[in-house]
Ligand binder design. Structure first.
Ligand SMILES: Cc1cc2nc3c(=O)[nH]c(=O)nc-3n(C[C@H](O)[C@H](O)[C@H](O)COP(=O)(O)O)c2cc1C
Length: 179
């Protein structure tokens, strides 16, 4: 099972990206989690640049979404809302078909950020018929370094939460296949 993980933070030492990397490391047999590295390379969305003028990097991003059986998104809150870069990536997908039936799950690297959570639920629930607000994984990692995080997620209780979350993702994606 091929899952694409998308971080809403482009920060080198992002806690959200580090959480997604930890999920990739913890993926059970049969599940592969790949980190999407493209959203920082996307140009600013304009309907004038859609097909047939769609930039190649946008086509590559859309193809990555299409090829994934599910998405896991971890996104920080910027100014009580979605970060512009992440919203820009979603805007590029709106007129295509890649995200409509895609199972989407959330992971959060902080227990703060209620506004971005509401934004994520509204926006992702609009673009996908298979957005799952629950289960959501929340591992508070604010101000930890990627190295600290790699150790922190080995804590048995956190590891158990990660395993439960990934198991739920797996079952939800497979339920889609049966439908
Ligand atoms: C431009 C900017 C705006 C932010 N605005 C908020 C905010 O409105 N509410 C909040 O709780 N945190 C805010 N933060 C803090 C980030 O959400 C927080 O540091 C987050 O964990 C960063 O994620 P990352 O480690 O993945 O980059 C802001 C950070 C930045 C850089």
């Amino acid at each position: 099972m091929n899952i694409l993980a998308i971080s809403g933070s482009l920060r080198e030492a992002s806690t959200n990206t580090a959480l997604l990397r930890a999920l990739a490391d913890a993926a059970p047999e049969g599940m592969e989690i790949t980190l999407c590295e493209k959203i920082g390379q996307l140009p600013i969305f304009s309907p004038d640049l859609e097909d047939p003028l769609r930039p190649p990097i946008v086509a590559e991003f859309a193809a990555q979404i299409a090829a994934a059986e599910g998405l896991i998104i971890a996104c920080p809150e910027y100014v009580h809302a979605l970060p512009g870069g992440f919203k820009n990536a979603i805007d590029w997908l709106v007129s295509g078909s890649e995200i409509i039936a895609k199972p989407i799950f959330l992971a959060q690297a902080t227990s703060r950020g209620k506004d971005v959570l509401a934004d994520l639920q509204r926006v992702l629930g609009t673009v996908s018929e298979r957005f799952y607000p629950a289960p959501m994984l929340c591992v508070p990692l604010l101000s930890k370094t990627p190295e600290d995080i790699a150790k922190h997620v080995q804590d048995p209780q956190i590891r158990a939460e990660i395993d439960l979350f990934l198991d739920a993702v797996c079952r939800a994606v497979m339920a889609q296949e049966v439908d």
